[in-house]
Design a protein around this ligand. Sequence first.
Ligand code: AN0
Ligand code: CP
Length: 331
Amino acid sequence: MKSFLNVQDLGDLKLALAEAQEIKKERYKYVELGRNKTALLVFFNNSLRTRLSTQKAALNLGMNVIVLDVNAGAWKLETERGVIMDGDKSEHLLEAIPVMACYCDMIGIRSFAGLTDREYDYAETVYNQFVKYSGKPVFAMETATVHPLQAFADLITIEENAPSLTGRAGGESLPKVVLTWAPHPKSLPQAVPNSFAEWMNAADVDFVITHPEGYELDPKFVGNARVEYDQKKAFEGADFIYAKNWSCPGVTRPQDYGKILHDYHTMTHWTVDAEHMSWTNNAKFMHCLPVRRNMIVTDDVIEAPTSLVIPEAANREISATVVLKRILQSL
Ligand code: AN0
Ligand code: CP
């Protein structure tokens, strides 16, 4: 695997899920594979889970790891070509990338969304520059539009917690998974919901997306998912509630890209609380974290035994181990 951005990069999803379980049982099984190989992890913004779980995955595989926080200690990087560099940025990404590539065998990128220029973000400009100019395998650690290591970990978690297919009422066989928008005071990227939608569409689940009007995700990620604007209707019969805030994807009104469309104080009826969960089929609650309590989800819902937020985070080590293992095997 030379690049990890989309669900297709893993090939057969069932095989990848089986591999995840194999690694979970014996996570040092491939510790010889990464001997004398180095992973470079480049962060353009903050991270707790991705930073730790990806390093742990590399260590599971016997690799060395170097972490670079571009905004803390490195030269400030210009990312756009053609700019006269007379501002505060001392170095251009077009030199920095081949230099970074000299010191490693693969590169993980957290490039994050700028949320001002839709075309720039949705073209995955920064990620693709790493692919083009590093000559090394590159994997996404949340880029401008996708977060596949998270979506893979979420799918592993859903598979582990899906209700027994035989015990379901009404002859329904697929677990119902609902992605719900929830309020947040700051503009957030669409990477997590985009990837979650993409991966759920590729999995054996009944998938529904619910959000206020104006927050329509890019059609290439929505695929054939059902979109239901009535949150209560969407929640009915759900087995998994996956909450996440995202800013306006700018699908219908490109000028609104990255914006918060309504004052969050007026949107608190979208916050996932016990009443919302009572509409479901005793659903499990999911969120990628970090989460703002009593904004996205109430204390009681996130603390309930039905909350999967910690197992999801734990599975980030597993998803990353599978991905880095596949990359090592392709070197
Ligand atoms: C980020 C986001 O919404 O994309 C990272 C989530 C994994 N969240 C925040 O910036 C709070
Ligand atoms: N879920 C996730 O990617 O968290 P971090 O931003 O802390 O890495």
